[in-house]
Every structure is written in C-alpha cells, then in structure tokens.
Ligand binder design. Sequence first.
Ligand code: ATP
Ligand code: LTN
Length: 344
Amino acid sequence: MTVTDPAAQKPRVVSGAQPSADSLHLGNYIGAVRNWVQMQDDYETVYFIPDLHAVTVDYRPEELAHRTRVTAAQYIAAGIDPEKSTLFVQSHVPEHAQLAWALNCITGFGEASRMTQFKDKTQRYGNDAATVGLFAYPTLMAADILLYQAGLVPVGEDQRQHLELTRTLAQRFNHRFGETFVVPEGMIVKETAKIYDLQNPTAKMSKSAESPNGLIQLLDDPKVTAKKIKSAVTDAGTEIRFDRENKPGISNLLTIHSTLSGRTIPQLEADYEGRMYGHLKVDLAELVTSFITPLRDRTNELLADPAELDRILAHGAKRAREIASVTFKDAFEKMGFLPLAGGF
Ligand code: ATP
Ligand code: LTN
C-alpha cells in the first residue's frame, strides 16, 4: 500500500491540537507536539489548529481567536518551524468543511454513534447540549487528514477510533467513486507518552480537568508549576519505582522526568534508590520549570506581535490550500458534482 502522495518526496504527516483552552498543557506537549517537532526533518509535515472542532462543544466566541493564536504560538515556541512545516488554521481552508460534508454523506448514522469520544462527551455535557457538530467531529477529522493525502497521523491513544473511521471512509470513498485518497496509518504514541492528572493520576491530564492543580499549562507562571508538582498526589509506600497499577502518581512523575531529562525509567529508578518522594518532586519541579520558562517566554514574544503571527498563519493557509484544493476538486468531480466553469 502506498502511504505517500505520489507527488510528494517524503511521506506526509498531518496533525493538530484543539484551541479549546487558554494554553496547551504538558500532556499535549509530551504526547503530541514534541513528536511533531521531531518529525519535521523526515516527513513533509502539515500541522494545523482545528478551530472548527473547538466549536463542537460550548465555547465563548470572544475567546476563540485568542486561543487560536496562543495554540499557534505554542506550536512555534515548541519548535514547529513555519518554513519547514505547513502551519495553518483549519477554518482558513474552507475545503475542510466542504469535504467533511461529502464524508458525512458516506458515513452511517450508527457508525458515527459508536464513536466513544462522542458518547463520553454527550454524557459529560448532556444530550441536549450535544450538537450535530459534535456528532460529525470524526468526519471533519477524516477530512482534515484525507485532504492532504497524509500517510501518517501522529496522535494520542484517545484518537485511535477516529483514525480507524478515517481509514474506513477513505477506503469506502475510493471503492465507490474511484481511487482518490491515500489510506492513512495512525502513529499512536506509546502509553508511556501519556501524561496523567497530577491530582488524579489515573485520569489523563486534560484541559477540562476537574481541578486546575492537576494540570500543568505551558503558560502557567513557573512558580505555580513548581507548586503543582510539589503537591502532586503520590502513592502509599516510599519506594520510587515505575508501577502504573500500584503507583500511578510516582509512575506519572517518572514519565514526565524521563521525557524531559532524556534519562530512561530504569536509570531514574537507580538514581532515586533510597531517596524520598520529596527529592523526586523537587528535581522534577526544577526540570519542568526550566523547560517551560523559555517556552513561555517565546510564546509571549510571539503573541506580542499578533500581526506577524497572523501573517505566518496566512502564509501557511495559502500553502495548505494548494494541496487541499487539488484533492477536493478531484473528490467532488469523482462524486459527480458539476464543476464550476473557471474554477472556484
Ligand atoms: P484535552 O483532553 O486536553 O482537551 P484532547 O485530546 O481533547 O485534549 P487536543 O488538544 O486536540 O484534544 O489533543 C491534542 C493532542 O494531545 C492529541 O494527539 C492528544 O492525543 C494529545 N493529548 C491530550 N492529552 C494528553 C495527555 N494527557 N497525555 C498525552 N497526550 C495527550
Ligand atoms: N481530534 C484531534 C484533533 C484533530 C486532529 C485532526 C488530529 C482534529 N483533526 C486531524 C490529527 C489529524 C485530537 O487530538 N483531539
């Protein structure tokens, strides 16, 4: 099976993180953005801010544009290079919503109803608050991927089912209308790259955390970050050992340490043999704050010049449209729509 656009030199990668909070968190960085940065040299990378997805649940219109800029600034501060990668805002490329409509029309109602994220969010927000947009979230995500003929999609484990649906829809479309889309592969980050809530270490660290104390936001004041780490929930016992079952709190702290320090978990277990939980927390607070501080400063610098940031995003949208419009036109023609004379 081909996983590359025949026209592209390297396999193409597509991913994004929603602008649904005032800052990305450490889980987004470790589980997603960090890998995206590393992929820039070996792949043709397309990273975007899925703002259309962010409005599928309740949100405040006055916050959306700012959150979109913050997310873009955080991608760049973390190392996404807008020259190497195509970096843009989803709503600036209208083909995403247009192709999503076509995909809605080949997706079964039952098939979409089985998506666990939809079921979870419906339960969380209540049946009446769940919109048709939330129901169609996975088909929009499929459009995001298929428009770019992506071969690989690096996401967290929570997105596995959406990727499976994307593959099914690509195959179904190709079968029904003729070969159009690359069928993408998921690149699901390992369980060890999943970061848990500091106060509730069996739940994933999430923007919608119950308590802000469990969540390390990349724009938090470093003093606040240090405090959150020092008051992280730990487990009974004293031994610093990785054991997700019996020691979820310590295991989470070790994972964060390992990803930021580059030391392996067995090395860390040896380093901390005979030492107390408090030692690990103090070191980790230092490690995380020295990682976050420059990232935060760079983000704030970028946000201080919104016109420049918007220019970068406009440039990215232009590049994205060059790819997306070709796939879109091909898909619509294959579906039998009358082409617009002179083009769109
Ligand atoms: P959140 O739960 O924080 O709102 P999300 O999964 O709903 O995040 P995004 O912000 O779009 O939505 O996620 C961006 C990426 O970050 C995804 O690939 C997701 O799998 C990953 N991610 C989110 N939370 C974590 C976590 N705690 N640990 C590792 N990766 C995570
Ligand atoms: N649902 C994704 C965000 C997302 C995405 C995409 C990721 C929207 N469209 C396309 C990869 C490719 C999430 O991680 N919550």
